[in-house]
Design a protein around this ligand. Structure first.
Ligand code: PHB
Length: 393
């Protein structure tokens, strides 16, 4: 003060006040940052690539700014199976990059690892892919735009029970041994048994480097009417190849599954070996709507057949944009979260909404059959359960 002199200080303070009065609009125009954590490498890289492309398609279609703010997406690769890495990346994105939303999360253990970071930083965490039922209970800041395994499994069990002409009475379940697989197994077993079906056996294959051959041989020997399968996206091709090699279908054993097995982006490789497989799921690349046709065409320009994980990403972006519109560009985590709850829209998969209590997505679940449509192996929808909530395990 002595160095500056009273008058000079008053002038300085005045200038500072003037600058501060400009600061509000300047900061409002600062970019809004989304930290997107995805498996871009490793065995589940297809999930990362699909979601990355969907985010690009979204910003190409709807623009890269909303509510007067440019939306900047910072993409990080967590490699797919290292929860500690996902957590560290989430922490860095929040503390160093100052992201206002965390998004992505390709697998359940990765979403679980990042949940405490979202709670501590009070930033919304948009789970676009990971699908174990309990994930949103791990932080009040989690909102899910993908799906849950109980949500897509229950309608399949109900459909099989209601269609006696399918003659599927004795079933063996085969799932990948971690969160979503265990959810799928439990829900299928509970629902199918309660409705009078028989579960012959429940088998679980490891998540890392699975060899399905011994499981499939065991199933062939047990001769059930059908095998119910859950494997995470990225594994379907190898399972279906081994199903064909073992001759399960020729032995009269039907394959029923959640749509993860007949992932649209793997159908070209899976091909005829999956013909007639019945699955239940929330998204098919051949879902018949103008919104979906436009989306699939845009994804194709990026060299990808749109799959369900991509749609979780596309809708995650939609939810973030809508929330920002509602807050008028205010990035406060609690305000964004409040704005996300209860949002509904027409997705490329059909009508969806965010349950304000559970922060999980409510959506149609479709029954589908693998068929060749104009040269493309596809999951053709033939029935649906409307606006279905996660029933839990
Ligand atoms: C998951 O880890 O939660 C997960 C991953 C891929 C799927 C489904 C669930 O296809």
């Amino acid at each position: 003060m002595r160095l500056m002199g009273r008058r000079a200080f008053a002038l300085w303070a005045g200038c500072a006040a003037l600058l501060a009065s400009f600061a509000a609009p300047i900061s409002a125009a600062e970019p809004f940052k989304i930290g997107l954590i995805l498996p871009m490498s490793g065995p589940f890289a297809s999930t990362g690539k699909e979601i990355e492309a969907a985010v690009k398609v979204f910003q190409k279609t709807y623009g890269d700014s909303v509510a007067g703010r440019k939306v900047e997406v910072i993409l990080k690769d967590d490699g797919g199976l290292q929860p500690d890495m996902t957590k560290r990346l989430a922490q860095e994105l929040v503390t160093k990059d100052h992201v206002q939303v965390l998004a992505g999360f390709g697998l359940t253990p990765l979403a679980m690892a990042a949940a405490p970071v979202a709670s501590q930083a009070k930033v919304p965490m948009v789970v676009m892919a990971a699908a174990t039922s309990i994930i949103p209970t791990k932080s009040p800041y989690i909102v899910r735009t993908g799906f849950t395994l109980p949500q897509v499994t229950a309608p399949l069990a109900d459909w099989v029970l209601a269609h006696k002409e399918q003659k599927i009475n004795r079933v063996i379940t085969l799932v990948t041994d971690y969160g979503p697989g265990i959810d799928a197994e439990k829900v299928f077993v509970k629902r199918f048994s309660a409705g009078g079906g028989t579960i012959v056996e429940s088998l679980r294959a490891p998540l890392q480097n699975p060899d399905f051959a011994p499981f499939l041989q065991r199933i062939k020997d047990a001769k059930p009417d059908a095998v119910f399968i859950f494997v995470p996206s990225g594994v379907g091709t190898s399972v279906m190849k081994q199903v064909a090699e073992r001759g399960l279908v020729k032995a009269g054993i039907r394959v029923i599954a959640t749509g993860d097995l007949t992932d649209d982006n793997e159908m070209e490789n899976i091909g005829a070996s999956a013909q007639g497989v019945i699955t239940s799921f929330h998204y098919s690349a051949v879902h018949d709507s103008p919104e979906n046709k436009a989306y699939v065409a845009e994804m194709a320009k990026l060299g990808l057949r749109a799959n369900f994980h991509s749609v979780g990403g596309y809708d995650g972006m939609h939810l973030i944009y809508e929330a920002l519109k509602k807050t008028g560009g205010d990035a406060d985590g609690d305000k964004l979260l409040a704005a996300m709850k209860g949002t509904s829209w027409t997705s490329v998969r059909g009508p969806v909404s965010i349950d304000p209590e559970t922060r999980d997505i409510v959506q149609n679940v479709y029954l589908r059959r693998v068929e060749n449509v104009k040269g493309l192996w596809s999951n053709v929808e033939f029935d649906k359960v409307e606006k279905f909530k996660d029933p839990g395990v």
